[in-house]
Design a protein around this ligand. Sequence first.
Ligand code: FES
Length: 316
Amino acid sequence: MPDELNLQITDLMAEAKGVMVIELRSPTGEALPPFKPGAHIELHLPGDIVRQYSLCNDAREDHRYCVGVGLSPVSRGGSRHVHQSLRVGDTLKVSPPRNHFPLEEDAPGFVFFAGGIGITPVWSMIQWCEANKRSWHLFYLVRSRQRAAFLEELKVFGNRVTLHADDEAGGVFDIASAINQQPSNVHFYTCGPTPLMLAVEAAAAGFPEEQVHFEWFTPKEPKSTATDKGFNIQLARSGKSFGVPADKSILQVLEDNGLRVESSCREGTCASCEICVLEGTPDHRDSVLTAAERKKNDVMMICVSRSLSETLVLDL
Ligand code: FES
């Protein structure tokens, strides 16, 4: 993974009510590390706040990154700072792009479900589909039109975009009916709030798992449960062993013992703390790995996932 980048804010655009798009470029005009649709970057904000935001611009562009930031009503500081304090000309430390929501480029067709600010990775995906002449349809589900980012850009696609605004429709969209009408070989990509993700997951249960893709903003599973037990970890490279008590994560135990491991969200949604598992069976609680990846049990997110076996041997 290349080092963090120092990028300058070159534009700040109010894209919709409560949605700000930030454009970042190299202050020296250098090309930025490439990315593919579905990738995100991390912005390092004052107060040691690190937040992941999906890239929303055309992935063929190498001169800028654009991210859309929705102002959260329960902001823990990240989105509020972006909306209220950032200015054009400010420099931010930015992690290079990572992607755990990649497009299956050979898919015969793409069906996108975007809920609110979940449009950001999907807009980059649509631009890729257009550049590559691929078949797609977007279900864009918002509370109101005023809060819907990129509406102007999407207008040109006519009936390939189904916009559902709850306040106009007087209720929520019928996701199951929309999914039932799709051909059996399409790939679904969904990004948005948890109720949308769960509704798509349930409605698409009849499709092969590898055709249904999610980008979770918020953890899918609880980090801890009342029945959590302690277990042991052995670090294969350093030869160290530690006990992980029921009320601590592997990541916390490593940090308590002076070991530095890369991490960011600390809630299982970003994959920055992914570690290879050499022996033992993880109890996966992240929102990143697919069901097939979980079954392999060869990697885990140590900020949230625990162990089903007494001991885990980790590649650390
Ligand atoms: S720190 Fe983000 S998944 Fe673990």
